[in-house]
Design a protein around this ligand. Structure first.
Ligand code: SAH
Ligand code: F3S
Length: 428
């Protein structure tokens, strides 16, 4: 029996790509192993959004190449493959294949022809979605990509280079995948895209996909990620008022609270126009919670610029956010901007912002105590003695019951909270 090992780094889109690669290998009779030493094919599914992410891939390769079975095939797929291309073979001579995020469906070529190095980092568009076997959604949450790539050129971001220009999948293909997921056990649908609310196919927009998903009885919860602020159009905002299955939670990254930094990042909104969208969302759905990505230490960011980021975090009261130190990336404009911020300053700012966001999160979590929320079961916690649920705001809620007997969806009364999670019990 042939075995494969796959390790996925990075974003939800990579997780999806990893699942598709696994499904493709399963269909060819491979079984998965979680020990690379035991595998006949080893795949690192990679992320290049920050330099550290790329470094991690090469340090993992350094270890794997020494300990793998001598004839095991070794390769990288995803964004690092696209970033470094054929130079990867020079850095790691044992590599057999290097496949970009839109060409991993070419993987079988290496199985048929293991003696020839396989390099393909083309931006093949939607081809990969057509050529791969459909997956069954065994877990309760199905991640369904609806578009890929990004037309916004944020000056720090390598994604438009690694994933290419935006392309939206045909409306009917997404509906078919959503129906298939619901039929095979998914109760939550998460539409995915680098610029998910930029979805456009003929006259269809994201709001149409949400409506189509909501019409499927088994689908109980719908969300989407990641959204670009200026593409949060009124028709989409309206969905938060009219579609109760749409969760009251939205990731809408602001990145920075400084108008000057936003300008240099090429993010085309003002704080006023961003807040106008937030206010419209809150008018549509009073309890909506917003999450953001933040970058600290962007080139030229002053203490005053950074103080404005803290101000906007307090003002919006973001929850479940992601914070990053700016990392210069190849193929991006910001990497060659003057006034790069020293590492120790970035570190201090990150620490300060994290502390602030954590306090905001704690306050929000505490405000949930006493409320009863409809939550989705995620499975057992690490001890196996408790079950983890997700609230409609994507907080973790721990319930004192073993996962085997836990209902998939349950009304849970929140009894306690800290900055990291909630505790609750089944409501009577
Ligand atoms: N809209 C995209 C975002 C991709 S990158 C998506 O959802 O796929 C995710 C986050 O990483 C960005 O929102 C940004 O905050 C951060 N990021 C991107 N490039 C970065 C860089 N060069 N340095 C630090 N953080 C970065
Ligand atoms: Fe990157 Fe900006 Fe697009 S963060 S993915 S270029 S919206």
């Amino acid at each position: 029996m042939q075995k494969f090992f796959i390790h996925t780094f990075g974003c939800q889109m990579n997780v999806y790509d990893g699942q598709r690669i696994a499904a493709m290998l399963h269909a060819r009779g491979f079984v998965e192993t979680n020990d690379f030493r035991d595998a006949d094919i080893i795949i690192l599914n990679t992320c290049s959004v920050r330099e550290k992410a790329t470094d991690k891939v090469f340090s993992a390769l350094g270890r794997i190449r020494l300990e793998k079975k001598p004839d095991a095939l070794l390769g990288i797929v995803g964004c690092v493959a696209r970033e470094v291309g054929g130079t990867a073979f020079k850095r790691v001579p044992e590599l057999n294949f290097v496949l970009g995020p839109q060409s991993y469906h070419k993987l079988p070529e290496i199985l048929e022809n293991p003696d020839v190095r396989l390099l393909n980092i083309d931006l093949g568009g939607l081809e990969k979605f057509d050529e791969m076997p459909q997956m069954d959604a065994s877990p309760a949450v199905a991640y369904i990509p609806i578009q890929e790539g990004c037309n916004h050129v944020c000056t720090y971001c390598i994604v438009p280079y690694t994933r290419g220009r935006e392309i939206s999948r045909p409306y009917m293909d997404v509906v078919r995948d959503t129906e298939h997921a619901a039929r095979t056990g998914a109760v939550e649908i998460c539409f995915l895209g680098q610029n998910v609310n930029g979805y456009r196919y003929e006259n269809y927009k994201l709001a149409d996909l949400i409506r189509a998903a909501a019409a499927i009885p088994n689908v109980r919860r719908i969300r989407f990620t990641s959204s670009y602020p200026t593409e949060m159009t009124d028709d989409l905002i309206e969905m938060f008022a009219t579609e109760q299955k749409l969760l009251p939670f939205l990731n809408m990254p602001i990145q920075s609270g400084s108008p000057d930094v936003l300008h240099r990042m090429n993010r085309p909104y003002s704080l006023d126009s961003y807040m106008e969208i937030v206010n419209k969302l809150r008018a549509a759905r009073g309890d909506i919670q917003i999450s953001s990505d933040f970058i600290v230490g962007f080139p030229g960011e002053t203490d005053d610029d950074f103080a404005r980021t803290i101000d906007i975090a307090r003002c919006v009261k973001y929850i479940n956010s992601f914070t990053f130190k700016y990392s210069p990336r190849p193929h991006t404009a910001a990497a060659i901007m003057p006034n790069q911020v020293p590492e120790n300053v970035k570190k201090q700012r990150l620490y300060k912002l994290d502390a602030e966001l954590s306090e905001i999160q704690r306050e929000f979590n505490l405000s949930c105590v006493g409320k009863t929320l409809e939550c989705l079961c995620e499975g057992a916690d690490k001890t196996g003695r408790h079950t983890v649920y997700r609230t409609p705001y994507m907080q973790q809620c721990i319930v004192n019951t073993v996962a085997g007997s836990a209902p998939q969806m349950a009304m849970i009364k929140i009894t306690d909270a800290n900055k990291a999670s909630l505790r609750g019990e089944f409501a009577e």
